[in-house]
Design a protein around this ligand. Structure first.
Ligand code: HEC
Length: 264
């Protein structure tokens, strides 16, 4: 009890060496010998703190009060839409047809866009790389609903397998449908590891995508084996034809094979 009393009487100057004790005013409070400096936070700091509390109420009401279009998710969607508009400004609203699916098959940066559509909508059923899960493998040479490249549009817009493959007409924009179709077409024969067993029939190869606009395609393309344009094509005629009239081009791709077979 007496030692306790002693502590009580001790001042801060008994505990700290003299030159370490600031000269600041004391509050006069004494807690078991511990004294309290009178050092309040600056007024501006306290007012800032109070202001944040006051600000919180209208903020809460504005953004979380249930008014439409004001949540973070809403503004994210708006930003996304604006960004997409910006990107699509370059190609405009493309027609959903075979010709455009072939055209974007030859444009890697737009295939990359199609890939983002695929990643956010299709991987749950077709696998991360398109190897198949609930939906079929899109990386082999076999197709169940697709006979020619334009059928991707039909399958995408209307779905397939009595709804097992959903219809995307009302969920994706026309541009997204075309670009994701091109991306899926580009997956053909990538044969990802761990892909599902093939389903359906083997179908003729896609028509070659046309060359970029700025290169007026060689008119004499068919004249020699070495016209220096696309190395991947087996038939040079197809690339020239694909520009004008797509379904015809698709048919003609298989023709050179027939003639070679016949002559052998
Ligand atoms: C809910 C699951 C599901 C989702 C999501 C889904 N698909 Fe499918 N998809 C299927 C099923 C199942 C089939 C097979 C339908 C059948 O049996 O005819 C299929 C078939 C297809 C086919 C035709 C394949 C063939 O062999 O002819 C294509 C192309 C395709 N899907 C692309 C896509 C794309 C692109 C997306 C994303 C925008 C997508 N799918 C999203 C389940 C799905």
């Amino acid at each position: 009890m007496s030692s306790h009393q002693q502590d009580h009487d001790a001042s801060v100057h008994d505990v700290l060496p003299e030159d370490h004790v600031p000269d600041d005013p004391l509050t006069g409070h004494n807690y078991d010998g511990i004294e309290e400096f009178d050092n309040p936070l600056p007024g501006w700091w306290k007012w800032l703190f109070i202001a944040t509390i006051v600000f919180a109420f209208p903020y809460l009401a504005f953004y979380h009060g249930g008014a439409p279009g004001r949540t973070l998710a809403d503004s994210y969607d708006r930003a996304l839409a604006a960004n997409m508009e910006l990107q699509f400004a370059e190609i405009g609203e493309v027609r959903a047809d075979a010709e455009n699916v072939v055209k974007f098959l030859g444009k890697p940066s737009w295939l990359a866009f199609g890939k983002t559509v695929f990643k956010s909508n299709c991987t749950s059923c077709h696998g991360e790389e398109g190897g198949g899960k609930v939906g079929p493998n899109l990386t082999d040479d076999y197709y169940k609903n697709v006979k020619k490249i334009g059928d991707f549009i039909t399958v995408m817009e209307n779905g397939a397998g009595a709804g097992a493959m959903p219809a995307w007409k009302n969920r994706l924009s026309t541009n997204e449908i075309v670009l994701v179709s091109s991306y899926v077409a580009s997956l053909r024969n990538t044969n990802v590891a761990g892909g599902m067993a093939p389903l359906g029939q083997e179908i003729p190869p896609w028509p070659e995508p046309p060359e970029e606009e700025e290169t007026p395609s060689d008119q004499d393309a068919g004249s020699g084996p070495d016209n220096g344009s696309e190395e991947t094509t087996g038939s040079d005629e197809a690339s020239a034809d694909a520009e004008s009239d797509d379904p015809a081009a698709a048919d003609e791709t298989s023709e050179p094979d027939k003639t070679t077979e016949a002559s052998q």
